[in-house]
Design a protein around this ligand. Structure first.
Ligand code: AMP
Length: 567
């Protein structure tokens, strides 16, 4: 019975959530629960069983656990009731931001996020002000527990989000230590994209007879979707987008942008340039969104320019393309975007428009979706014009010739009597086609060679990259030494050694920034020596140990940092 019941859940109203939460969710533009929400929320509302949920990242997990957690929060009790552990500080921030949005109409909910790589004092202060919900990375939470700045003895729910990722990142010991300390009576929810042995061990050791729920597809690209990218200078991004549209006269696509502002800007520009395009994002009213969606579904619009959130509820199965006008911040969102094409056994095409800086991201996406991208040249004027022309001729050939036209033939013949056939064809095609001919007459080649770094936004990068090269000490044979000896430290300073180096493409500016995040100003930072696999930064002896404790265990670009003092 349960499976049927859950399959039937299609609306937020049926999930058993209060009006305050439903209003907040509606304002975020969530129209339908995602599969993981439809599956998990009703169960969390009515049952108290532990759950291991295997679902991909970007599937709407945060609301799946966040909404029930908020529903059951006792706001009159100032103690910490919910602990959410996740692997990175970005995720911490994202989860606490999402929860704050969901709690918009629940007065007085206190959510505090704590993570490494940021000053601990501010976090201690925030915790002192009260935290119904703590969202934390394991290392930092353990530190705070040791300092008795956080108290999880009264929690009723613990959520392990992206458990596989936490273990991948080496948080095993911290997780064990935290789970040991959490009260027996709590409910545990574990979310993971995969179920490796270590996650299973956590579930077995620390959860009470958990139900294992699998929702949605694996974290992989849909089989029948092909992935392409176009490499452009930043300033040519929009022009490239237009060429893609022009090269595909039958385009029926969602164009994904990063922000609402960008979404609106791109849609406005496309409209100005004569395309059937419109924007879909959270700043629009419900009526406006319905109107846009209605036109897109009827194919009166051929390009829907949308944010990830706004596009979430869209159910269109025959898209010709998904276009990443900009790649998503979160790599996992790419899977979602591209999964919107290639449905119902059709071939799908997912396109990314990228600049030089974003090539690394393509590599990372390839690793997640386990598929290769193919680079395509941006179509030139001639190719586009030929494509458009044959499309037009095709359309003319396929046009239905109705009886009614016969009655007009005498007039038509009279008007065109002395126009030769070839001339006539030229005139008719030009009438339709002049827009393209005009636009593409002076069109430049938008392609850039793989190695060119001349895109506008890339300029800084290029400079920075040169700086990176310059600042790395080289050994005599030209290769960078992997772990150098920085020598004796200047007086009053101590070397702090970090397991970050040239390999990780750090430059001194990054290190100064890192110190700043810990509250250490430039005046306390001395020489910085960077080698291939490690670096040394001279710190005033008063702050050196503090910096070590702040940085050790924190993350730099997903790399866990080891910090030690070299005396
Ligand atoms: P998550 O997997 O929780 O990181 O969610 C991924 C994205 O989906 C976030 O941007 C959410 O705001 C969005 N989202 C979550 N649930 C829904 C929903 N029911 N409808 C539309 N968007 C959603």
């Amino acid at each position: 019975m349960r499976a049927n019941f859950q399959d039937m859940v299609t609306d937020f109203l049926e999930l058993g959530l209060s009006n305050e939460i439903l209003n907040a969710v509606a304002e975020l533009g969530f129209e339908k629960p995602t599969p993981v929400q439809a599956r998990i929320i009703p169960q969390l509302i009515v049952e108290n069983r532990d759950i291991v949920c295997l679902s991909q990242t970007g599937s709407g997990k945060t609301a799946a656990f966040g909404l029930p957690v908020l529903e059951y929060l006792d706001r009159s009790n100032p103690g910490t009731q919910v602990l959410i552990l996740c692997p990175t500080r970005e995720l911490c921030r994202q989860i606490s931001g999402d929860l704050a949005n969901y709690a918009k109409y629940l007065d007085g909910v206190k959510i505090v996020s704590v993570y490494g790589g940021a000053g601990i004092q501010g976090q201690i202060k925030a915790l002192r002000n009260g935290a119904h919900i703590i969202v934390a990375t394991p290392g930092r939470l353990l530190d705070l527990l040791k300092r008795e700045a956080a108290d999880i003895s009264g929690i009723s729910t613990i959520v392990l989000d992206e458990a596989d990722e936490m273990l991948n990142m080496g948080f095993k010991d911290e997780l064990d230590a935290i789970l040991e300390q959490a009260p027996e009576s709590r409910r545990s929810l574990l979310f993971s994209a995969t179920l490796p042995k270590e996650v299973e061990r956590i579930a077995k050791s620390y959860m009470k007879d958990p139900e294992i729920v699998t929702v949605g597809e694996r974290n992989a690209g849909a089989e029948n979707v092909e992935h392409f990218y176009y490499l452009v200078r930043e300033e040519d991004r929009y022009a490239a987008m237009k060429r893609i549209a022009d090269y595909n006269p039958d385009i029926y696509a969602i164009v994904f942008c990063k922000t609402r502002e960008e979404t609106q800007k791109v849609a406005d520009a496309l409209q100005r340039d004569g395309y059937d395009a419109d924007a879909l994002h959270g700043d629009l009213s419900q009526a406006q969104r319905d109107n846009v969606m209605g036109r897109f579904k009827r194919k009166a619009l051929h390009m829907l320019v949308a944010t990830d959130v706004a596009a979430r509820g869209i159910d269109v199965s025959d898209l010709s393309h998904v276009i990443n006008y900009n790649l998503p911040q979160e790599i996992e969102l790419y899977t979602h975007r591209s999964g919107r094409t290639g449905r119902a056994d059709k071939k799908g095409v997912s396109i990314a428009i990228i600049n030089q800086k974003e090539k690394g991201k393509i590599k990372r996406i390839e690793a997640v979706i386990r598929k290769q991208f193919t680079r395509l040249p941006i179509p030139g004027a001639r190719e586009i014009c030929e494509r458009q022309l044959s499309h037009l001729i095709n359309e003319i050939n396929n046009a239905e010739v109705r009886e009614d036209i016969n009655s007009f033939m005498p007039t038509i013949n009279e008007l065109w009597n002395d126009v030769p056939k070839e001339e006539l064809v030229k005139k008719i095609l030009s009438y339709e086609f002049n827009r393209f001919l005009d636009y593409y007459r002076k069109a430049k080649d938008l392609n850039i060679p793989e190695k060119s770094r001349k895109d506008k936004s890339g300029k800084g990068k290029e400079k920075e990259s040169r700086a990176r090269e310059k600042e790395i000490p080289a050994t005599r044979n030209g290769r960078k030494s992997s772990d150098g000896d920085p020598g004796i430290c200047e007086k009053g300073f101590i070397w702090l050694r970090l397991n970050l180096g040239y390999r990780d493409r750090v430059i001194p500016k990054d290190i100064i920034g890192m110190m700043k995040t810990c509250g250490i100003g430039k005046h306390a930072v001395g020489k910085i020596e960077i080698y291939n696999e490690c670096l040394y930064v001279a710190l005033k002896d008063k702050v050196a140990d503090y910096a070590r404790s702040e940085i050790n265990g924190a993350y730099y670009d997903r790399k866990r940092l080891n910090a030690s003092l070299v005396k």
